[in-house]
Each structure stands twice: as C-alpha cells, then as structure tokens.
Design a protein around this ligand. Structure first.
Ligand SMILES: Cc1cc2nc3c(=O)[nH]c(=O)nc-3n(C[C@H](O)[C@H](O)[C@H](O)COP(=O)(O)OP(=O)(O)OC[C@H]3O[C@@H](n4cnc5c(N)ncnc54)[C@H](O)[C@@H]3O)c2cc1C
Ligand SMILES: Cc1cc2nc3c(=O)[nH]c(=O)nc-3n(C[C@H](O)[C@H](O)[C@H](O)COP(=O)(O)O)c2cc1C
Length: 778
C-alpha cells in the first residue's frame, strides 16, 4: 500500500513505523510542516499500560523511550502556605521533543520517508495514496474539509491555560495554588528530563480577564506567572516555546470527539488519528497516549485482516469501533478531573482546609477510593485521618489507629451523631391510618441497632390528603405521635442512634397504590382530591390536582406546623422537610410543575416562597437546639427543569431561612426524566452545595460501600452519607461494613454492637477474615 501520514506528531510517526515494520513492502511517507527534528511541547506523561503496548509492537523504540523516562511517585500540593506530599502515585514522563525524535529516527531506520517543511492543504494532494492518515493535530485541516462526514463535536472549556517550562527541577508532580485579588491560579508542574520541568498555569476566564490578561503578550504573561509563582520557582525563569505554531499563548481546552473517523474522498481512504479525532485534558495525562494507542489499534487491524488495499475498509471500521469505546472511557475520566480544576477556586480553595483540599484533589476523578489511598501511602492517610478526627474532637493517642472519616462524630446544633451513616427515608407503605405499628418499630429499631448514626423514618404525611398511599405514615393526631414516640424511645434506649422524621405532603403524586400494587398508579377506589402548584397530572392516567390558592396554602402550612408540634412530643432528634421528588413542595420549586403566574411562580424567589414559608412555620415550632434538614431534588433530569445551578440557589435560600443541612437527592419530578445513574451519582450535587453555599450536606444515591462513603466524607463532598436500599438488604449494614474495613480501628463508640449480639461479632469477624484469606482452611 501507499500510505501518507499528514502530520508528524506521535500519531503519524508511530503509525508509520508500525506499518513499515509489520509489512516492509508498504510505501509510507510522513509529511510534516515543521523542520526535521524540530518540534514543540514539554513533557509527555505515559502510563505503564501504554508502555507495555508499545513494547509488544516495537520493543526497539519502546526501549529507547523507556531509558529516557523520568519516573516520579510523589504528588506535592502547595496551598495556603503549606507543602503537602503523598506518595505511591507512579507516573512516567518524557520530553515530547525527545520522544518524537526517537520516533523519527526509528522511522528512518525502518525506511519510512519523512518529508519536512511541507504544509499540506488537502488530502487530494496525494492522488497515488491508498490510505491517508490525517494525523495533523487538533486543528486538522483534513478533518475540517469534511465536517459533514466526520461530524466533529467540539466543546470549548471555560478555563484558560498556558504551557510553559522551567529549568527548575521538581522531584514530585507538583500542584501549586495561588490566590490573587481577582481569584485563584493553579500550576501543574512535572519534571520530564534532567534539565526541564513542564509548568502549566491555569485559571478561570473571569480571573484571566479581571487581570487584563486577554491583552497580555507572551512576555507579559510569563512575567505575571513568574511573579505569582516566584516562591515555587525560587529564582528560576519560566520559558515559552515560541517556535510552536500556536505559540505558548493562553488557550482554552477544546474537548473534541468525531462521530466518524474515516472517509473515502473519491480517490482513497482517509482516516483521522490522534488529536485530529479526539482530545483528552492534561488533568488526566497526555493526548500522546491516546495518539499512540490509535496507531497501535489501526496497525493491529491491518495485521489481523491483511496488509493489502482491499483490507482498508474493514480495518478502518474495526479501528473506529474499538477506539471509540476506549476514548469515551478516557474522556469521561478526564472530565471529572478537568471539572475539578475548573471549579477549584470557586468551590474548594476557600472552603477547604489544606489537608482536605489535598484529599479532594487526589480523589478528583472519583476513581480512587479511600482504601486505595491507604495502599498508595498509608502514612499520609493515617495523618489525614488523625487530623480529620481531631477536628471533630476525637484525639487519637499515638500508636493507636485513627478512625476512618465516616466513623467520626458529627455535630449540628445540640445533636451529635456517633458516625456519619444515615438510614435514608424509605416509604414502607405499611401503616394503618397513618399510625406507626409493630412493623415500623421492628424495621427502624433493627436499623438503629445495625450501627447507623442516624435513622430516618419514611416520609410522614401532615394530613390524610397529604399521603402518597393509604399505607403511608402520618402525623396529624396524637395516636400517630404515640406510635412514633414508641419507636424513638426504643431506639434511644437500645442504641446510640438518633432519629429523624421526614415531614412531607404528596401533592400531585398522592392517592396512589402501595408500591407493590403499582408505583405512582392512582387508587381505583378510596382516593382523595389532590393539590399542587399547578393543575398538571403526574402521569397521563394520574388524577389532575387543583392549583393551590392562598387558602389551601394556609391550611397546608398549618398542617406542617401542627405535625411539627406533634413531632416534638415524639422526642425525635431531627426533622427533615421533604422538598424533593415531585411532591407538593418540590412541585413549587420546579419550573416544570410550577406554571403559576402569581407571586408563587416564575423566579427562584417566587417558586421558593411557599416551601420557605412552610419551612419557617416548622422552624418556629421545632426546638431551637434541634436541627432541621431539607431534601431537594437537585436535578430534574429534564430540559427546562431545575439543574444543580438552581439547587445551589434554593439551598442558599433555605440556609438563610435557618436550615441546618441540605439532603441532596434528585429527580422523580417529571415522568419523562432521563437521570444519568452511576456510582455516587448524586454526590456531585452535595459537593457543590456544601462547598459553594457553605452549608452541611447529606449525600445520597448509589453509595454502596463504606469505602465510597469514607471518600465522600473525607473529601468534604458531604457531611453525612444516606444509604437507602443497602439498608433494606442488610439492617446491620454499618456494623458489617465496619468489620470489613477493620472494626478494631473504628472503636466501640462509633459502631457499638448491641451487647446482646456481641458473641456474633467475633465469629463474624473471624469468618470474614477466613473468607478473605484463601490459604486458611475452611
Ligand atoms: C501548545 C501545546 C503544547 C502541548 N504540549 C504537550 C506536552 O508538553 N505534553 C503532552 O503530552 N501533550 C502536549 N500537548 C498535546 C499534544 O500535542 C497531543 O495530545 C499529542 O501530541 C497528540 O498527537 P498527534 O500526533 O495527534 O498530534 P500533534 O502532536 O499535534 O501532531 C500533529 C502534527 O501535525 C503537523 N501538522 C499540522 N498540520 C499540518 C499540515 N497541514 N501539514 C503538515 N503538517 C501538519 C504539526 O506540525 C504536528 O507536528 C500540547 C498541545 C499543545 C497545543
Ligand atoms: C423503598 C424506598 C422508599 C423510599 N421512600 C422515600 C421517602 O419516603 N422519602 C424520601 O425522601 N426518599 C425515599 N426514597 C429514596 C431514598 O431515600 C434514597 O434517596 C434513594 O433510594 C437513593 O439511595 P440508595 O441508592 O442508597 O437506595 C425511597 C427509596 C426506596 C428504595
């Protein structure tokens, strides 16, 4: 085949050398607009996995690259006058120029023709080619000639960054954060050869403009960064690589992915490769890795199918299919890390203390858990846990292990929880006339004895017509209050757990069947009239609610106030106001369900007016030493609905009104919703509200093990973790999870086993230890 690679970066050179090596009869040319052995860029970060792949396909170049590697294990964070280090993170780096020069040499040795200083305008300049590789980088002219074919999806990210270098050598991957009068700047610094370190400086667009940097030339930019990072540079200069075509000016990261990766131009096949088809943010590593992996995959396809021109269509199709999956995975991981750096100034830098800030940074991709950090650097994590415990008043004597973050106490108003696991409210549909009976006593009692620091009962409805189903709990009469009091008394007498009651009104989602007879399905008989913000049914077969008038509002407010008064008599420790999941108060907050034209609809202020009035009515009654939380749907998952931006506004309003905690749930507001589920999928809402609004939060949703909970609490993404469905599977979820990570470290106070059950504890621990050690006899 006659193959032309347009662009002699990592993608073009590596593909050329692999194909020539696999099938020397190929006639291969790489055309590069720059001069020979001339290139731009600083350090390239590679992973062990990429190097293994390279070694399998071309050990000769891999060996030379490997020898030129710089390896470093430590991450150092410089922040608020502190220098903090943690180890075990393992990166390798090489100068981009060095790596490309190695690849150029290898191409020459194998007989690939290298043509320099030729700027290609079009793929049609090579009429004799069978295959053209468009490896011409992010601004690919070849890709831009066929936008309707390749369908590039380009997302310009908001931050500004500049690639610089310095002769100062850093022995750790260093992140340096500096505040100016206009906001935060951060640098990502790593040494990549014996004389040079990469020094990327990043900030937000607002801070960039506030400093007038949009008018800076390169020298002014460098002078600014040198002054800002003077302490870290310790007298060394920052340098730009002005020869690079795009210069070392401030850039916005462009996240690119193409729908189609190859095309027949009427003459021959054209395939996109490397930055021309996708990009990955520097927060996760280099685009060079992706470029190399592309080259390997396409070469592998030819090797599998055949090296003749007839194989091209199938090889290109196989290449696109295989690489799209991998690139999506990497772009996804890169997104979390990239977004962390985009919001770090606004969300974390001012809110978090240095150690927690570092923890948040290290776990920014949400792929590294708490115990994984222990494997990487146990001493660092031990110090972190010790400091975290001390902050909550737990002094750990030297020589004793500190408790993991979930098992530290949490205090709010006069309430202190022994640990930060909460049994999330879960409707059980098992009440008679709204009265909690034996089922509720056993159900909630078991979960309290199961170790959670806080046990919430299900949504407890403030009037008969506020119920979701006829089986829901209520709190509008004294008998119901007595039912609740029996549970609270039992829990207080038999466990250290505290008890929460969630007050709610079903609104347009009321008068439905119990879950096992059809969730959200309207009752066929015995229903009741519904009220809501607007007269919109939930499902097409749901009853249509009446839009509330002022009289209805006064009545509902009074019902909430009376329920709060009854709740006081139960001795419960905490109240939650249910403003989520499309129920009555949530239907006021969401623009999807609130179409009102009066002062209760429209703006955020108007939509929150009634829920806030209800909140104030219960706050006035609930004892001032006891806290109240508010549950919000932080995302409606439907166009035109609330998003986390709106949730931040509402959370601030409830904070202002005296709420102590925001319980960050989402969805169930609009039946056409499309939630994006995943591990800990609602935790980002809690993270944002906690650190941007400055109010304690509860994270909930797909938190399924204690490692996830520990990393959420440790990183300051929430103050409590609510766990719902796992508690249906295992009432003693907290005790069991504690044993799994080594209960000895946690201490009796945070996870006491009921004394009646103590003989089960030793056996459970021994069985678990045996199960995790295959060498021990069963
Ligand atoms: C300013 C800057 C600095 C960077 N520094 C680093 C770094 O230090 N470390 C790192 O890992 N990544 C760095 N990157 C990212 C990196 O460039 C890519 O992710 C990676 O190199 C992808 O390889 P590629 O071969 O697809 O593209 P590139 O490496 O971009 O290679 C494309 C090549 O095509 C050539 N070319 C473009 N158009 C034409 C044309 N019309 N005719 C002929 N030749 C053409 C270019 O000169 C270039 O050599 C940097 C990016 C930028 C913009
Ligand atoms: C059976 C069941 C009933 C629920 N009832 C309520 C409820 O009454 N009030 C509420 O706010 N959330 C309710 N939820 C939602 C849970 O509190 C929780 O937010 C959700 O299940 C996600 O957490 P998980 O992934 O740990 O299960 C219920 C969930 C389940 C599974």
């Amino acid at each position: 085949m006659r193959i032309v690679c347009i662009g002699g970066g990592a993608a073009g050179l590596y593909f050329a050398l692999l194909m020539k090596k696999l099938h020397p009869a190929h006639q291969i040319t790489v055309v590069e607009r720059n001069r020979a052995y001339d290139t731009f860029g600083w350090g390239v970060v590679m992973s062990d996995a990429t190097m293994d792949g390279m070694r399998r396909w071309d050990p000769e170049s891999a060996d030379v690259i490997q020898q030129a590697f710089n390896h470093w294990d430590d991450v150092e964070v410089r922040f608020k006058g502190q220098r903090m280090r943690s180890s075990g993170h393992g990166f390798v780096g090489i100068g981009r120029k060095k790596m490309l020069n190695i690849l150029q040499e290898r191409c020459e040795t194998l007989g690939v023709e290298l043509v320099f200083q030729r700027d290609v305008e079009s793929d049609l300049e090579f009429p004799d080619a069978d295959l053209i590789i468009a490896s011409d980088g992010i601004n690919s002219k070849i890709r831009n000639r066929y936008p309707e074919v390749f369908k590039p999806d380009l997302l310009v990210r908001p931050n500004r960054y500049i690639w610089l270098g310095t002769k100062k050598l850093f022995d750790a991957f260093t992140f340096d954060f500096r505040r100016t009068e206009h906001g935060w700047f951060q640098s990502h610094i790593y040494k990549f050869d014996d004389t040079t370190s990469t020094f990327i400086v990043e900030t937000t667009e607002e801070t960039f403009r506030a400093h007038g940097m949009d008018r800076f030339d390169q020298d002014q930019s460098i002078a600014f960064c040198e002054a800002l990072f003077a302490e870290t540079l310790a007298g060394e200069k920052l340098v730009t690589n002005a020869r690079h075509l795009r210069g070392s000016a401030w850039l916005n990261f462009n996240r690119l992915i193409c729908e189609t990766w190859h095309h027949h131009n009427g003459n021959c096949h054209v395939a996109l490769m490397g930055d021309a088809v996708h990009t990955a943010h520097f927060a996760i590593g280099s685009g060079t890795k992706l470029a190399v992996d592309d080259a390997i995959e396409l070469a592998r396809q030819f090797d599998r199918i055949g090296h003749g021109a007839a194989a091209i269509p199938a090889a290109l199709e196989g290449y696109q299919t295989a690489r799209k999956v991998d690139v999506a995975r990497i772009q996804n991981a890169a997104r979390n890390a990239m977004e962390w750096f985009e919001v770090v100034g606004r969300r974390y830098a001012d809110a978090l203390e240095p150690e927690q800030f570092m923890y948040s940074l290290l776990t920014r991709s949400q792929r590294i858990g708490h115990e994984n950090l222990r494997l990487r650097d146990g001493d660092w994590l031990d110090r972190f846990e010790r400091g975290f415990a001390l902050r909550d008043g737990v002094t750990v004597p030297d020589g004793q292990s500190p408790p993991p973050p979930v098992f530290t106490p949490f205090g709010i108003r006069n309430l202190t929880l022994a640990n930060r696991v909460m049994v999330s409210p879960m409707a059980m549909y098992s009440a008679q006339d709204g009265v909690a009976g034996d089922f509720h006593l056993v159900h909630l009692g078991a979960r309290a004895m199961g170790g959670a620091g806080l046990v919430f009962g299900e949504m407890t409805c403030v009037s008969p017509d506020a119920r979701i189903t006829p089986g829901c709990l209520g709190l509008w009469n004294k008998e119901q209050a007595s039912g609740w009091k029996r549970i609270v008394d039992f829990i207080h007498a038999n466990s250290p757990a505290k008890v929460g009651i969630q007050l709610g009104h079903a609104g347009r989602k009321g008068a439905t069947k119990v879950a096992w007879e059809g969730i959200d399905q309207p009752l066929e008989t015995g229903g009741w009239p519904l009220v809501s913000a607007s007269a919109l049914p939930y499902l097409s077969n749901s009853a249509t609610p009446r839009a509330m008038d002022r009289g209805d509002m006064e009545q509902v407010k009074a019902a909430f106030a009376w329920a709060a008064e009854l709740a006081v008599t139960t001795g419960a420790d905490l109240l939650e106001l249910h403003c989520a999941h499309g129920y009555l108060l949530s239907s006021f907050l969401s623009p999807l369900t609130n179409r009102r034209q009066d002062e209760y609809g429209g703006s955020h202020e108007n939509r929150a007016r009634f829920p806030l009035a209800v909140f104030q009515s219960i706050r006035a009654i609930w004892p001032s030493h006891k806290p109240i939380s508010v549950r919000l749907s932080c995302h409606d998952w439907f166009p035109g609905g609330n998003t986390p931006d709106d949730a931040v506004i509402f959370a601030a309003m409830f904070k202002e009104a005296g709420a102590d905690l925001i319980d960050c749930s989402s969805g169930q507001v609009w039946s056409g919703e499309s939630p994006v589920y995943g591990r800990m999928f609602q935790t980002p809402f809690s993270d944002r509200i906690r650190n941007e609004v400055g109010i304690p939060t509860i994270a909930v949703g797909a938190i399924s093990d204690i490692d996830q909970a520990n990393s959420i609490i440790a990183a300051g993404r929430a103050d409590l973790c609510a766990v719902a469905r796992p508690h249906l599977a295992d009432p003693a979820w907290t005790l069991h999870e504690a044993v799994r990570i080594g209960a000895a470290r946690i201490g009796e106070k945070a996870t006491p086993w009921p004394r009646q059950y103590l003989s089960g504890k030793g056996q459970y621990e021994a069985n678990l230890a045996r199960a995790s050690d295959p060498t021990r006899a069963r």
